[in-house]
Design a protein around this ligand. Sequence first.
Ligand code: PYC
Length: 310
Amino acid sequence: MRVIDSHTGGMPTRVILDGVPDLGTGTLAEQARRLATEHERFYKSVLLEPRGQPGMVGALLVKPVSPECAAGVIYFDADAVLGMCGHGTIGLAVTLAHLGRIKPGCHKIETPVGVVEVDLKDDGTVTVTNVESRRVCKDATIEVDGLGTVTGDVAYGGNWFFIVDPSPIPVTASNIRRLTDAAIAVRSAANAAGIGGEGGEPIDHVIFQGPSDDAAVHSRNFVLCPDDTYDRSPCGTGSSARLACLAAGGRLEPGEEIIQESVIGSPYHLSYQPGPNGGVIPAISGRAYVIAECTLRFGALDPFRDGIKP
Ligand code: PYC
């Protein structure tokens, strides 16, 4: 299986070029469901150690259903198939350019949750225009083991987020272990309380927002992913959900640009335009770098062929 690895603000993406199971026909959402239910062993084996690394997101290239799209992609982490992935889309654009499949300019990419657009600049900066994002609940209150009462917003940005602002724990790299444990507890409590999307979708990511040390930066975030790793980037879908909350709260005007940094200090430039259904259309700008081109091997005698299961 040939793959190309990149990182976006430190967050790895593995684009899979070939050697993948047949996901059949139908929409990308249907193909993503098949990947999640019928090929769990396969997709986890691509990302789990020793073949993969913590935090890594896989990007499975598929034929787009919509002919206007340059590519179709299904993202997944080591625990779940994702609706969308912002850092992965920045990594994908840089990888497709590396392969000579796209040139600088605007390109549409099809994902299970809809068509997104990438604008690849000559200097390698990529702006992702994401699917419409929205806040669905303000100030939901939950009781969390070890933290007490926690209040947060529920928002959609291509995945489902519970956003706690301000964070109960300072958002610093030295606190990553504590932040991870607290975010796992928040996600469990939110899901146990039945808090999630309008259609009953569970919370898959948790965000803690805190201040940055840099006056030019709007805020710093910590983002917990479904596989219990943290996002090294500021999380494109999480930043989209955050923009929806800022817009709904009247805290950011359309077109106004802010910088969001991750817990390790990686920046994204963010802005939005009003969406057709009352939400926002987010624009997320960042950079990615290709770091490896390799062939993955799955030896029949390898006791860790499927990866080390946590
Ligand atoms: O950038 O949207 C994102 C993302 C989701 C999970 C990891 N990164």
